[in-house]
Ligand binder design. Sequence first.
Ligand SMILES: [Mg+2]
Length: 217
Amino acid sequence: MKIVYFDIDQTLLRANEKAYEEIRKNALVKLRRPYGSLKEGVKFVKAISEKYRIDMNEVQEAYNNAAKEFFEKNEIKNFIDVYAGVSEMLSELYKSDEIKLGIISNGDSGVQRKKIESLEKFFDENLVIISGDVGTRKPEEKIYEIAKERAGAGNIFFVDDDAKNVEGAKDAGFVGILSKWSEDADGGHSDEYKIEQKNGIYIARKPSDVVKIINDI
Ligand SMILES: [Mg+2]
């Protein structure tokens, strides 16, 4: 059996810019800091933490709460873009009897589950692991241990756009795959894919590369 866990944000999908802007604004209101134009997602937390010398965890919490409020009051599907090729990748993997799919995601359980609503059918419910449910987050060892325990015997893969999360999974014995398509909009035009590895971590420039890597191992 092969078990493939995925990160959600910037790997399967992204909230569109309108959503991010609202969330960032509301996070800054919570932190009582002025709003300026800033980078999105994880980088926002780091940038704000450095700029205003606020603890990263505090910024992350404000951001998570702002995201939670935003997605509670808005229709989530209007603010989510699933990356091109992601549905095809999941359905290709899903149709194999030898492969089971799961999620390892940091964030609020309700929000993260809502984001993947349109892709839910591909994932084994027991393999959907959200930090908000389990009280440990990537790249802490514990969350990967939980994932391993739930997966049972087999070859376990983990796909994430954040190198430190992939590194953590690799250290826990997973096959790590770093997804790059959130950076390169059309990530490598060529259909030719030569499996690429760096420090024991596989690089996937487009979703179909993940299928190739998994089938090859
Ligand atoms: Mg991510």
